[in-house]
Design a protein around this ligand. Structure first.
Ligand code: ARG
Length: 457
């Protein structure tokens, strides 16, 4: 069959070329946005006197029927069509005759696809926002439930200083709030309408772009038609923001995996979010967390792929740009699933404070506090650090912890030590005295929780 754009050429193309060229297999998911965009376009054409009110009404109703039929399954996609835009116009023309052929006045698929994609992503970002909200809530609630639990904080994956488990969880809440803001920001910049840019240069018809944009819920119209059809920054911004968010989720996943291992045993993930092994009867694997970690790779990959496809492209539209969709869809689908599954996984995990405390007691993580004790009594910090270090070395050699040393042993290292050293290096004191703003002390943790609760409102 000859193509809708037959004219200059016969419109008869090779079957292999058709398959290669076609995007309907993946852009069909934008049918709703495509139809809504066309309905607004028909309304604008009538408002500007470019087509009659009667034709516009027929077009809008015809489009509505196509939408309903696609929703219900009464109408199936024609995979022979080049893309979703051609498909909708083809069905409309089949059903309405010549009126259907008027729809594509004063527009092009170039501005149409840019419009559809912005509208599609706008809808997706709303859903992602809900899931992010749920995840933030889950983290915040778990942090609140665990606000007494002491664990070792790590640097270089070596036990470093005592912290509250809540404080560690809340670090992820901070990342997530930034992720949410980045997406919000991208959504705001994306909400500018490209429709009416037409092929690249605008049109000779006296159109009303602002009216059409308003009907579709856009804040304004893009000011340069060439940019309107060439710009895919909005895809890149979303893909970057989601890459960063996935990086955060993968770090959280990694910690959940580590913490639920027998080596740590700080938490246990609920059975609903783990799997067993087909051969090893004892296994409980953190597959969901591992998949979140793994999927981060493809989300990064999609971003790199689109950046690379766009690199060096001359203005304005080039078919290369059809390559934007599969990657951005894949990013949306996968990131959405990851964000979504993370919330119940965090909410249902069981936390073992005794194991955390035991680990906290074994790593000399109060050595900094021991040095600070001496410093506060007049010893310069660098020499206090040395004394504290030598006491740790002595403990390691004798198989002890700092709390086991007698006051005589302390005094041998420095006459400054008094009986109150024991109180000062107890893990509870170490945590409670971390009073600096944003530190691990209980007041700071409580402040973070109330900040997040306010944010969630
Ligand atoms: N399927 C195309 C895309 O996804 C739509 C725009 C086609 N425009 C054109 N002039 N070939 O980018």
């Amino acid at each position: 069959m000859s193509k809708m754009w037959a004219g200059r050429t016969s419109g008869v193309t090779d079957k292999l070329a058709d398959d290669f060229n076609s995007s309907i297999s993946f852009d069909c998911r934008m049918y709703r946005q495509d139809i809504q965009g066309s309905q607004a376009h028909a309304a604008m054409l009538a408002k500007c006197g470019i087509i009659s009110e009667e034709d516009a009404k027929a077009l809008r109703q015809g489009l509505q029927k196509i939408l309903e039929d696609l929703d219900s399954g009464a109408l199936e996609f024609d995979w022979e069509c080049e893309d979703i835009h051609m498909f909708v116009e083809q069905v409309l023309t089949e059903r309405l005759g010549d009126v259907g052929k008027k729809l594509h006045t004063a527009r092009s698929r170039n501005d149409q696809v840019a419009l559809d994609l912005r509208m599609y992503l706008r809808d997706e970002l709303k859903e992602i926002k809900t899931f992010n909200h749920e995840l933030l809530q889950a983290i915040c609630e778990q942090a609140e439930a665990c606000k007494e639990f002491i664990m070792p904080g790590y640097t270089h994956l070596q036990r470093a200083q005592p912290i509250l488990f809540s404080h560690q969880l809340l670090a992820y809440a901070m990342m997530l709030m930034r992720d949410m803001e980045r997406l919000e920001d991208a959504a705001k910049r994306m909400n500018i309408s490209p429709i009416g840019s037409c092929a690249l240069a605008g049109t000779t018809y006296n159109t009303d772009r602002a009216y059409e944009a308003e009907l579709l819920g856009f804040d304004s119209v893009c000011l340069n038609s060439i940019d309107g059809v060439s710009d895919r920054d909005f895809c890149l911004e979303i893909m970057s923001a989601l890459s960063i968010e996935m990086m955060h989720l993968s770090r959280l996943s990694e910690e959940l995996i580590l913490w639920s291992s027998w080596e740590f045993r700080f938490i246990r993930l609920d059975d609903a979010y783990t799997t067993g092994s087909s051969i090893m009867p004892q296994k409980k694997n953190s597959d969901m967390a591992e998949l979140v970690r793994g999927k981060t790779g493809r989300v990064y990959g999609n971003l790199m792929a689109l950046l690379t496809s766009l690199k060096g492209l001359p203005l304005a539209y080039n078919k290369d740009m059809q390559e934007d969709k599969e990657g951005v869809f894949d990013t949306i689908d996968n990131a959405k699933m990851c964000i979504r599954i993370m919330a119940p996984m965090i909410a249902t995990m069981k936390v073992f404070p005794d194991n955390m405390l035991k680990a906290a007691k074994e790593g000399f993580i109060n050595a900094t506090d021991l040095a600070d004790y001496l410093t506060k009594k007049g010893e310069p910090f660098r020499s206090a650090y040395k004394i504290s270090g030598s006491l740790v070395a002595k403990c390691i050699a004798e198989g002890k912890v700092l709390e086991d040393l007698t006051l005589e042993e302390y005094k041998e290292a420095s006459p400054i030590f008094e009986e109150d050293v024991y109180e000062e290096i107890s893990l509870k004191t170490c945590v409670e005295k971390r009073i600096s703003e944003g530190g691990t002390g209980p007041a700071s943790v409580a402040a973070q929780i109330s900040y997040i609760k306010e944010y969630l409102k």
